[in-house]
Design a protein around this ligand. Structure first.
Ligand code: IMP
Ligand code: MG
Length: 178
């Protein structure tokens, strides 16, 4: 679209370096031999989950859950629904929910309630990005990649109307004003 600009906020190298650090921290926090269940929230978290999982040397299992809370715009619709459930049972296991970005907190607040009812042994969140200024619902995020200002970002899994997910860097998207 004419007038649309992308400005790099976090480079591929910065993202990968931070994920290595998060991996080491997670590794130290879960010393047991039991597998850690990584639950990625579709679709935005898919690249982060792939890189985070490979930053771990411990055993890990991977599953995905689908949640929709956003329409085509850049602000939350406030509505959350489960669009794809987990394939595996999480009862009695250590679960780490892997999310691209925590914004209002509405999505994660809802999802954590749903997952808690399934009685995991532990339940924590790893989010690559956090926009703390925008929080409407409380969410405890154990592992945060980067705290970022209140700007709309795309790339490395994050989209605007399904575009830009495959950018290697994370960029601020500016749309032409109408
Ligand atoms: P929340 O429920 O408001 O916390 O929204 C979380 C979801 O909104 C994320 O999983 C993203 O899919 C989407 N989202 C929030 N902020 C951005 C952004 O800056 N760029 C792209 N997607 C975003
Ligand atoms: Mg999302």
């Amino acid at each position: 679209m004419t007038g649309t600009t992308l400005e790099v906020l976090l480079t591929e190298e910065q993202i990968q370096e931070r994920i290595r650090e998060l991996g080491a921290q997670i590794e130290a926090d879960y010393p047991g031999g039991e597998p850690l269940y990584l639950v990625g929230i579709l679709k935005g978290a898919c690249f982060f989950l792939a890189d985070l999982a490979r930053a771990l040397k411990r055993s890990a299992r991977i599953d995905f859950i689908g949640i929709s809370s956003y329409g085509k715009g850049t602000t939350t619709s406030g509505e959350v629904k489960l669009t794809k459930d987990l394939d595996m049972s999480i009862e009695g296991v250590d679960v780490l929910v892997v999310e691209d970005i925590v914004d209002s907190g509405v999505t994660l607040n809802y999802l954590l309630h749903v997952l808690m009812q399934r009685k995991p042994r532990s339940l924590r969140v790893a989010a690559l990005l956090d926009k703390p200024e925008r929080r409407l619902r409380p969410v405890e995020v154990a592992y945060v990649g980067f705290r970022i200002p209140d700007r709309f970002v795309v790339g490395y899994g994050l989209d605007y109307a399904e575009d830009y997910r495959n950018l290697r860097d994370i960029c601020v998207l500016e749309l032409p004003s109408v």
